[in-house]
Structure formats: C-alpha cells, structure tokens
Design a protein around this ligand. Structure first.
Ligand SMILES: NC(=O)c1ccc[n+]([C@@H]2O[C@H](COP(=O)([O-])OP(=O)(O)OC[C@H]3O[C@@H](n4cnc5c(N)ncnc54)[C@H](OP(=O)(O)O)[C@@H]3O)[C@@H](O)[C@H]2O)c1
Length: 295
C-alpha cells in the first residue's frame, strides 16, 4: 500500500480562505477587526522565522497585527507588565509570547499573566484545564491543526486506537486529551508513550492513528507501523542545510519506508507545520468574535 499524502499546505490554504471571509463578515457586522500581538524576546533565528510567518499570515487575513520586539535582557517583571498592557488593550484580541524565553525569565509566570480570553496559543493553565474537562475555549495550535487535518482528510476517530508518541504540554498531552473527548472528531482510545515506555513498537503497531511528536529523526520506522495506519508526523528536525542555504528538515517518521505501509501520512515539511500558524489565526478570530459578543 502506498499512502495518501495529506498536504497541510493545501488544507491550511482552505482554512485560511474561510478565516479571511469571516474576518470581513465580523468587521461588516460589528466593526471589530481581529487584533494579534506577537511578542518576541531576543533574536533566536528559529523564533524570528516563526514570528515573521505569524505576522505575515495575520496581515494576509486582514487582521490588525502588532509585532513587539523586546531585547534579550528584558526583565521578567517588565515583560509581564507588557503582557498586562496588551491584556487591557481592546484592539488586541490575541497575545502570543514566542517561546522559548531566555533562561532568566520563567515561561510559566509569563504565560500565567496572559488574560485567558486572549490566550490564543491555548497554553494558559485555565485553557488547558478547560480542554481537559471538555469545555475548551482555545485549543493549543499544533494539536488543533492535527485534529483539523484528520477531520479534513475524513479520518474516522470514533473508537480508533490512537497512539501518541510524546507527552509534552505543547503537543503530546493536549492532542491526547482532545482525541479522548466524547465529541465529534474525537472519541478515540488514546495511549500516550514517552521515553520510559517499555516497548514502544508494541504500542505503535496497534495504532490505527499514530501521532508522533518526539523530536527525534527516524524514531518511527516501517516495522513499528501497522499496515493501513494513519500517520501524523509532528516532528521538525534540522538535519543540515539545503543548497539554497535554508535549513534541511525531516520529521520523526522514516517517511520513505512508512509511506509504503500507511494509508495516510503527513510530510515534513508541508504537513502539520502550516496548520499550526493557521489555527493561531482561527483562535484569534474566535477571540475577536467572542469579544464582539461581549463574552
Ligand atoms: N510543526 C509544528 O508546528 C510543531 C509544533 C510544535 C512542535 N513541533 C515539533 O514536534 C516535536 C516535538 O515537540 P515537543 O515540543 O512536544 O517536544 P518535547 O517537549 O521535547 O517532547 C518530546 C516528547 O517525546 C518523547 N520522546 C522523545 N524521544 C522519544 C523516543 N525515542 N521514544 C518515545 N518517546 C520519546 C519525550 O519523552 P519524555 O517526556 O520521557 O522526555 C517527550 O515527552 C519537535 O520536533 C518539535 O520541533 C512541531
């Protein structure tokens, strides 16, 4: 079997078209334009590139967008004050603090300072807690993108054996919690694996849907995958430089061999990645829609 390759780029394009239409509709009906601020501390090249992509997309979709660059040595107190300024700014509906932050700043303290109603990255404990009890307001963007990819590819999750490799707060735990909920596009039986899992392959081979967020190139090889499985590769590993001088990327799954066994697979790049930024825009639009309704 050769897998159908899901293009996250194409699915993201469709979702963005819908968001752009809804932005126009919201403005016409309420006068509200979704506003997003991205706060970047320092100039880590990967973070600069992520923030640039988020800003570009926000502008393309008709958002009001603000890029706030802060020096590497900003104090935690000053950064929290800045976050609170945006909490009080009615033109801003979404606040994204680009992670990781420099070592002298507690990411937890900064994330806790964001108004949960403007936490469009979905990482505030209030939003993660709501997700757990099935009352999510904002899903974290990468897991949200994974769920959209599965839904738009027509993958049945109800009753499916889902195996997630990775238990980070950013990806592994939230996607597991989302897919176990008793609701549409979820309702699966979920197993979470990590570095203390005794026999990883014994678990991954049972998966109807295998989601890999380990951050290790080739962590999943064809012998670890069931014939006909759906494979979502979240990993982004830098494995060199292209002739054009760009970072050469690969996922956590040995794509060439696994695609001969899976029924559906996502590539890296061009799979989960484009969906992450798109779902940030979806969350910001939702924050603006709720604000316009006074909720
Ligand atoms: N495309 C996107 O938009 C996007 C967004 C976010 C992340 N990512 C990528 O996704 C990957 C994961 O990100 P993350 O933030 O979740 O990473 P992370 O915080 O480093 O967590 C990795 C998780 O994988 C587990 N793990 C690592 N190696 C393993 C192995 N050989 N077998 C079983 N479990 C293993 C770790 O287990 P322990 O807990 O036991 O250490 C940990 O729970 C990274 O490559 C990251 O760049 C992509």
């Amino acid at each position: 079997m050769t897998a159908k390759i899901i293009s996250g780029t194409e699915v993201a394009r469709q979702v963005r078209e819908r968001i752009a239409r809804e932005v126009v509709q919201l403005r016409e009906e309420t006068g509200v334009t979704p506003g997003l601020v991205t706060i970047l501390v320092g100039a880590n090249p990967a973070s600069v590139s992520y923030v640039t992509g988020k800003q570009r997309t926000a502008k393309e979709l008709g958002f009001y967008s603000v890029q706030d660059d802060e020096p590497e040595d900003i104090s935690e107190e000053k950064l929290i004050k800045l976050v609170k300024k945006y909490n009080d700014d009615p033109a801003i509906h979404g606040i994204l603090v680009q992670l990781p932050l420099p070592k002298h700043i507690s990411e937890t303290n900064v994330l806790y300072a964001i108004d949960p109603d403007k936490d469009v990255d979905g990482l505030h404990p209030m939003n993660l807690g709501r997700l757990m009890i099935g009352e999510a307001r904002f899903y974290p963007c990468t897991p949200f993108g994974i769920r959209e990819l599965l839904a738009m590819a027509g993958v049945e999750t109800k009753g499916a054996e889902v195996v997630v490799v990775g238990r980070s707060n950013l990806v592994g735990k939230p996607i597991s919690m989302m897919l176990v909920q008793k609701e549409a596009n979820a309702n699966a039986t979920v197993t979470m694996c990590h570095t203390a899992t005794r026999d990883l392959a014994a678990h991954t081979r049972k998966a109807d849907i295998l989601i890999v967020a380990a951050g290790k190139a080739n962590a999943i090889t064809a012998d670890m995958v069931k014939e006909g499985a759906v494979v979502i590769d979240v990993g982004v590993n830098r494995i060199g430089v292209t002739p054009e001088g760009k970072a050469k990327l690969c996922g956590d799954v040995d794509f060439e061999t696994v695609k001969e066994k899976a029924s559906v697979i996502t590539p890296v790049p061009g799979g989960v990645g484009p969906m992450t930024i798109t779902m940030l825009m979806q969350n910001t639009l939702k924050a603006a829609q709720l604000a316009a309704k006074g909720k």
